[in-house]
Design a binder for this molecule. Structure first.
Ligand code: HEM
Ligand code: HEM
Length: 335
């Protein structure tokens, strides 16, 4: 906790040092995207396990509050991705270190150059939507629907502290900073994983965002009789559940191409994101072995839950009964 306060105050005091600000921005954008990912994988699983709730989740994505969040999310992913490439490049080319400052400015410029046309296209989807269908869920319902997620996070934190206490009782609290060779080997693995996975995530996440925000847009997920992006199938019911069913039933050469794509994205992004979260949380809990262990348990639990839930749905089938339930739920959404 003390180290968190020091980080914030020192960053503010250390005004003008670009490296410090870009480190902070990389951290904040990474954390923001992890938080979104947590909500997103859970609510996407409802397309299979709870169709009525998925209809509401996508209606929430289409609310004005989430539309603002959607722009912030895209900017965060773009900045984090480009800055991640910069970090990776300079880590493997330390002789070019003197160009770091200029590269940090270039990252900001590239982010703006990518975001401006993307935002214009996203905004045109927003305008089209509000010209044709202005119904939106009330703000209080949108905010209230996120409360169970926050409760889930608090429960996971309490469970992580509980496991950490048990761990401490069984193994004893070790504050010694003895160098552990297998520990540093593992950390070297994670260091490489963060860089390699980042480079692999980039085309997958940019492709996903292009499909969901630019080519079709969040509002088109529920557009009746429209061809679903990346498929040759039509969303006849105009429900979010049929949208996902069509994408996952798209076969190319006998391969369910979007299920495979989503699995790759899920596996890479969850492990990268939660290991990143571990870096951040353990940085701020250095002084307490109990909290440090709890932070590790917390990230482990989060990653396992998302990987199990996210993969389970990729192997499931969305049948016509689920689409019918979604159709009824869509009709009841704006009575
Ligand atoms: C799109 C391509 C991406 C690239 C190229 C990338 C690259 C990187 C790199 C190089 C690091 C630094 C790792 C280290 O310090 O050892 C990092 C950290 C991190 N990344 Fe990513 N990343 C990407 C996507 C994501 C996504 C989608 C998420 C969220 C799910 C995410 C969350 C994080 C977090 C939380 C950190 C830790 C930040 C810190 O320690 O301050 N990243 N990323
Ligand atoms: C508001 C923005 C987004 C929307 C509207 C959206 C929409 C969707 C939809 C409709 C699916 C269902 C499967 C499919 O059609 O392919 C999906 C799955 C998925 N999305 Fe997104 N997405 C968004 C942003 C993101 C971001 C930023 C990430 C990564 C950090 C991401 C990661 C995933 C993953 C991993 C899956 C597979 C889920 C699973 O198997 O559990 N999405 N998304």
């Amino acid at each position: 906790m003390t180290s968190l306060v020091i980080t914030v105050t020192e960053t503010l005091r250390y005004r003008g040092a670009l490296g410090q600000w870009s480190w902070m921005l990389h951290r904040l954008t990474g954390l923001g995207v992890v938080f979104f990912l947590f909500l997103h994988v859970i609510d996407t699983s409802w397309a299979v396990f709870y169709p009525e709730l998925y209809v509401e989740a996508i209606a929430i994505y289409q609310s004005p509050l989430f539309t603002i969040g959607e722009f912030a999310l895209v900017a965060a992913v773009v900045y984090h991705a480009i800055n991640g490439l910069r970090i990776t490049f300079f880590d493997f080319r330390p002789n070019l270190w003197r160009y770091q400052q200029r590269a940090a400015i270039a990252v900001l410029l590239i982010t703006i150059i990518i975001c401006v046309p993307v935002f214009i296209l996203m905004f045109s989807h927003v305008i089209d939507h509000y010209n044709t269908n202005p119904t939106a869920l009330p703000l209080l319902q949108v905010i209230g629907s996120q409360v169970p997620f926050l409760i889930g996070i608090v429960v996971a934190l309490v469970a992580a502290i509980f496991y950490s206490v048990i761990h401490g009782v069984i193994a004893g609290d070790t504050t010694s900073k003895k160098q552990n060779p297998s520990g540093s080997r593992i950390e070297r693995f994670w260091w490489s994983y963060m860089r390699i996975s980042g480079v692999m995530i980039l085309p997958l996440v940019f492709g996903h965002l292009a499909m969901m925000h630019v080519i079709q847009g969040v509002f088109d997920i529920t557009a009746q009789n429209s061809v679903v992006v990346g498929t040759n199938m039509v969303n006849q019911s105009g429900t979010a559940v049929e949208f996902v069913a069509n994408r996952w039933n798209m076969f190319v050469g006998g391969v369910a191409i979007w299920r495979l794509y989503d699995f790759g994205l899920l596996a890479l992004v969850v492990v990268h994101g939660f290991n990143g979260l571990r870096y951040v949380l353990t940085d701020y809990t250095m002084g307490s072995p109990l909290l440090r262990r709890a932070a590790i348990y917390f990230c482990l639990m989060g990653a396992i839950v998302l990987l199990v839930l996210g993969s389970a749905m990729l192997f499931a089938t969305i049948d016509s009964a689920a689409i019918e339930m979604a159709r009824e739920a869509t009709e009841n959404l704006h009575p």
